[in-house]
Write a protein that binds this ligand. Structure first.
Ligand SMILES: Nc1nc2c(ncn2[C@@H]2O[C@H](COP(=O)(O)OP(=O)(O)O)[C@@H](O)[C@H]2O)c(=O)[nH]1
Ligand SMILES: [Mg+2]
Ligand SMILES: [Zn+2]
Length: 289
């Protein structure tokens, strides 16, 4: 599945041809990266009959509305940067959704050439201290070095680019897939839905690397990222720096906010937990388990 938009999608066949397809029945829900069984409905028109089992599925959700972002990816590349703004709360939400899907994360801190980059260096240090992989790049300032560093990590797998609008996803994609704009055009034509492709996720083969199957999925930017499908205990496990302090508060149902005898807040006040991480943890309240 190269692209999916509502009931319309674009399927890549084993022989490499890409054909538009409709979904058979209301019960099938697909997203980019999905593998499907499809039958020929018309000349150059397919019907998706079955969805094959997914290895991984990244999604976001608000209340009971979920949005499938990408299926069967091996790596999530999450872009952050100092401008338009650095939002660690959104980064955390994306990381939680990706980990929920059992997909490894590579954080790409873009725009090292930007004067405001210095201001986020200590945050990058905190993330690294927690064991996160962070790659510092400048798509605009050092395109060649950035391209090589990324291609090395994307080789041999299917990756998805995630991040807030304005962080440089499209710029990075153009660096990795120079003919991306042309391919977006081709996909629009094939889907017969030109304007939709800018709001859909699209899969691009990475021809610049050695392995035949490397691909990258570009997703539309977002301003918010809901994780209503995660439980509190999943959130707790993801905060490896805070988890050791849980279960030691005076009240067993402590929300670690203003409750007396809170061990987590005490640790933050004593500098044992990074203060921003503590605040983000308290603010990030998924649905109760
Ligand atoms: N200073 C600087 N600006 C960049 C860099 N990479 C991208 N940008 C700019 O950031 C803005 C948003 O980039 P875009 O690729 O559209 O971001 P997207 O919304 O994530 O797809 C554009 O004006 C880019 O030129 C970089 O390395 N340094
Ligand atoms: Mg973009
Ligand atoms: Zn507490």
């Amino acid at each position: 599945m190269v692209a999916a938009y509502g009931r319309r999608c674009l399927v890549e066949l084993d022989d490499g041809r890409r054909l538009p397809a409709m979904l058979r029945g209301r019960s099938i829900e697909v997203c980019v990266g999905d593998r499907v069984d499809a039958a020929e409905a018309d000349t150059n028109q397919l019907v998706v009959e079955h969805l094959l089992p997914r290895r991984t599925l990244i999604q976001r959700s608000v209340a009971h509305r979920r949005k499938l972002l990408a299926a069967n990816v091996d790596l999530a590349v999450i872009l952050v940067g100092p401008s338009p703004r650095y939002a660690e709360d959104i980064l955390l939400r994306v990381m939680l959704a990706v980990r929920h899907a059992d997909v490894p994360v590579l954080i790409v801190a873009n725009k090292t050439d930007h004067p405001a980059f210095e201001a986020i260096r200590d945050r990058i240090g905190v993330l690294r201290g927690l064991g996160e992989q962070v790659l510092e790049v400048s798509v605009r300032g050092e395109p060649e070095r950035t391209r090589e560093a990324l291609l090395e990590r994307l080789d041999g797998r299917t990756s998805v680019l995630l991040g807030e609008s304005g962080m440089g996803k499209s710029s990075l994609l153009n660096l990795l897939v120079p003919e991306a704009a042309q391919r977006v055009n081709d996909i629009s034509q094939a889907l017969g839905s030109g304007r939709h492709t800018t709001t859909a996720s699209l899969l691009f083969a990475l021809d610049a690397v050695h392995s035949r199957d490397a691909a990258v999925i570009d997703t539309p930017g977002f301003q918010q990222f809901g994780i209503a499908h995660l439980s509190e205990s999943e959130r707790d496990h993801a905060f490896v720096d805070i988890a050791p302090y849980l279960g030691q508060c005076r009240f067993h149902n402590c929300r670690h906010d203003r409750e007396p005898g809170c061990r987590v807040r005490a640790a933050a006040q004593a500098g044992e937990i990074d203060p921003l991480r503590y605040r983000l943890y308290v603010e990030l309240r998924p649905a109760p388990a």
